[in-house]
Design a protein. Sequence first.
Length: 519
Amino acid sequence: MNRRLIPALRPWDELRAAFRWDLPPRFDIATACCDAWAARDPDRSAIVDLNRDRRVWTYGDLKRASDALAADLARHGVGSGDRVAILLPQRAEVMVAHFAAMKLGAISLPLTVLFGADALRYRLADSGAVAIVSDADGLARVAALDLPDLRVAVDADALPAEGAVEPAPLGPEDPAMVIYTSGTTGAAKGVLHAHRFLLGHMPGVELAFEGMPRPGDVGWTPADWAWIGGLMDIAMPCLFHGVPLVAKRFPKFDADAAWALMRDEGVTIAFLPPTALRMLRRTEPPAGLSLRAVMSGGEALGADLTEWGRDRLGVPVNEIYGQTECNLVLASCAGTQDTVPGTLGRAVPGCEVQVQDGGGVPVAVGAVGEICARGSAAAFLRYWNRPAPTAAKWRNGWLRTGDLGVALPDGVVRYHARDDDVINSAGYRIGPTEVEVCLTSHPSVVMAAVVGLPDPVRGQALTAFVVAADPSDALAAALIDLVRTRLSPHMAPRAIHFRDALPTTPTGKIRRAALRDGG
């Protein structure tokens, strides 16, 4: 089944000139990534799950399991527009749960197992989730959170074996998924996406993977499928294109184990965040790799990793750029353009990108401005229950990313900085406010500020500056453990620096920029 939105690799300008969005009147992710393949080729390999005994899930398996789960959810009153949370590590049942929810016209809500009690409670309550699919550990954690709206709990290790539903008739603009992202002020926001956002990812994915799919392709990423990068940059696109997807959770990334997985499973395309690439670079790649293309993004990649991939692995490492609200708007593809190492690439076909000044005017070549995009089918519908931030995200039809870039010749964009305080650490985008609130909940803490400081492995290391009544090494360790437990290990500061006072504005707001600059 040939579904490529980019039929063949050609020079980038030709691809952009020829591309037009042609969204069908009926489209949904569950049909596109599961049922359509099950009807055509039910025995085709879909997911190779390595988490316990190696199990190959066919498209027929995915359809039967998602049909049965959808029927079970429907019997418990879950229906169109309801939010269904998915709290699972990278495993096949994640996709079963997404497809089951979507077959009911419900909205799936991916959540990482790294989240602690506070982070889970907030996202489940804010979204009004009525159902959750998790394992025994996750269900026990959620049961202790006092969430009256959450009335249905399903154990992913004991899914129903049989059941059938008539899939809801859905179109490309119908809501499909809500993914929470962190900002610099206030609480995390739920980003509501329509079913079309899968199609919106495909031009960038197909190009960054150098003409995906090719015969024999196998995909894998160490990135959590609860994040938009792991889920939408490779996992769902693999299922859409009939490419076997390897599922394996590494509680902690292990470079040797990652190399062995890619070698043994014949992985040809991989989404590897820059931090993973840096860790892989410290080890010796094994013989027998089948890699032909690597996509990377989520944090600054750097020319050194691009060159390492080319010289040591013999494969292109193509950088991509986007955000949860509108992913994959810029991309590189070594087979179609003269890539510029250390840059984000060019606007993907079907999307316009401009680097604009504060008035919405494109800046001159070499100047810094805000990266803005329009036209992409991957653009979000709205923030969940937040009309004012939704309106502020757009200006004259352009989506404002809040990221600063440098406009280079031929439409190339180089990342410059974030114009707010979001921290990019090891592929995660972390808003400081949530961490600061957690730190200041400790009775000894008077004030806290969290920033990202340069780190050769993580890109930025999450660092906390704290004013405390009785600072000590023991308190620093306790604060790090507090964040790790209540929020998530990836949100825990790498270091705590105690100060007598923090720099503030005349109105009392902490000046994080001064802390980043050594103030």
